[in-house]
Design a protein around this ligand. Structure first.
Ligand code: ZN
Length: 408
């Protein structure tokens, strides 16, 4: 489906170094090593509520990865899905009486506008599930041919005992996996399954639910299978980075990796896995069930500068859990004003060290607090009248725009 418009990117002088990240699988820092084109897949939203701040923080994080790789001289082939048919979407549509397709289309459009406002670089392929039913069904058929799937009352399940590398993405105990599977959309207690951790690949048609013809019978895909099918179709096996929120480590990425390995007979699904911390609201976990969500679209409607919204997320390291607060947004407004004032001066202190420090900080597992500190220090000196380099303000503007995605 249609992606969103790309912001302009200025090419900075020189180039940045290789990106080091915290890899979920090894639990260690690893230097990413993409070829000329870095291949990245990030799990998209289920469009029944557009982007709350937690989602935005995830896409902002992978936008920084995208920017750092480009600055290091790579092309980036970025793919994102959108889960435009799944249980939570259908339940919301049922509850409000809206047609599920209309609900999905509207929320996807709000999401595109949010991403454009936040200057997030668009994916090359933005792929919906509904438009991918055929390739997902073919993928499930491949998994079945590998012997890793079985039928249960017309539904198709993945048999966890068939997966050689199961557990390697999250490194969790079976007890923990069982608990999370139950909490995050799984069905550990369904009678007839060979193992409680077996998961749904294809759901046979139920009365009142959408369904599509396929060689597996009429039905629709399970959640995990969409991302493995779409990522393989767009990027192939062993792509450079698979990413999402930390709540996707298990079951979503673990199960998706197991499917992709079975369908292709190769390993791994992705070279690196990166997961982003959860964002709370004023001291509580942001969740749909608690109803305490803050949305990018609502902040935009209230007139918040999207660059201040972006800047309010950047002081938080991507792996940390943190809280969105109105005070955090106020502080970001203040910082944006200070940076704009300093970068609007006719001259300032030499900015080459600022570019070097922002590059160094971001390449070091996206150390955004250190990157902001470098710009803060320059802005403070510029405002104090230090330095007389007439090229410095423009270089700081370009650095902040290209690497941090904040237009001054
Ligand atoms: Zn996914």
């Amino acid at each position: 489906m249609r992606s969103w418009s790309a912001p302009d990117i200025v090419r900075l002088p020189g180039s940045g170094g290789p990106l080091r990240i915290h890899d979920t699988v090894t639990g260690a820092q690893r230097t990413t090593n993409p070829g000329a084109t870095a291949r990245m897949y990030v799990c998209g939203i289920t469009p029944y509520d557009a982007a709350h701040i937690g989602h935005a923080f995830t896409y902002l994080t992978f936008d920084l990865v995208n920017r750092v790789w480009r600055d290091a001289g790579h092309a980036v082939d970025y793919v994102q899905n959108t889960t435009d048919v799944d249980d939570p979407l259908l339940e919301r549509a049922q509850a409000t009486g809206e047609a599920w397709r209309d609900l999905a289309a509207r929320e996807i459009q709000v999401f595109r506008e949010d991403m454009e406002a936040l200057r997030v670089l668009p994916p090359r392929a933005y792929v919906g599930v509904v438009e991918s039913i055929g390739l997902i069904a073919d993928f499930v058929a491949k998994v079945r041919e590998s012997g890793a799937a079985y039928e249960l009352e017309g539904d198709v399940y993945f048999s966890v005992e068939a997966a050689e590398h199961f557990g390697e993405v999250g490194g969790m105990s079976r007890e923990e996996m069982l608990r999370l599977f139950g909490e995050r959309g799984g069905d550990p207690d369904r009678p007839g399954k060979k193992d409680p951790l077996d998961w749904l690949l294809w759901r046979a048609e139920r009365p009142g639910e959408p369904a599509w013809e396929s060689p597996l019978g009429r039905g629709r895909p399970g959640w995990h299978v969409e991302c493995s099918a779409i990522s393989l179709n767009e990027l192939g096996m062993g792509f450079d980075l698979n990413g999402g929120g930390s709540d996707l480590v298990f079951p979503h990425h673990e199960m998706g990796a197991a499917e992709a390995c079975k369908a292709t007979g190769s390993h791994p699904h992705a070279q690196n896995y990166m997961h982003v911390g959860m964002v709370g609201l004023d001291g509580e976990k942001m969740s749909k069930s608690l109803g305490n969500l803050e949305f990018v679209s609502r902040l935009r409607e209230e007139g918040a500068d999207p660059m201040a919204v972006r800047l309010a997320m950047l002081p938080h390291h991507y792996r940390a859990d943190w809280d969105w607060t109105s005070q955090g947004l106020e502080e970001a407004r203040g910082r944006l004003e200070r940076w704009r004032a300093a970068a609007g001066r006719e001259a300032g202190p030499d900015a080459a060290p600022v570019l070097a420090e922002v590059r160094r900080a971001l390449a070091d597992d996206l150390d955004t607090p250190a990157a902001l500190a470098a710009v803060d220090a320059w802005a403070e000196r510029a405002e104090a009248g230090a330095g007389d380099d007439p090229a410095a303000p423009a270089l700081v503007r370009d650095t902040v725009d290209t690497l941090l995605g904040v237009r001054l």
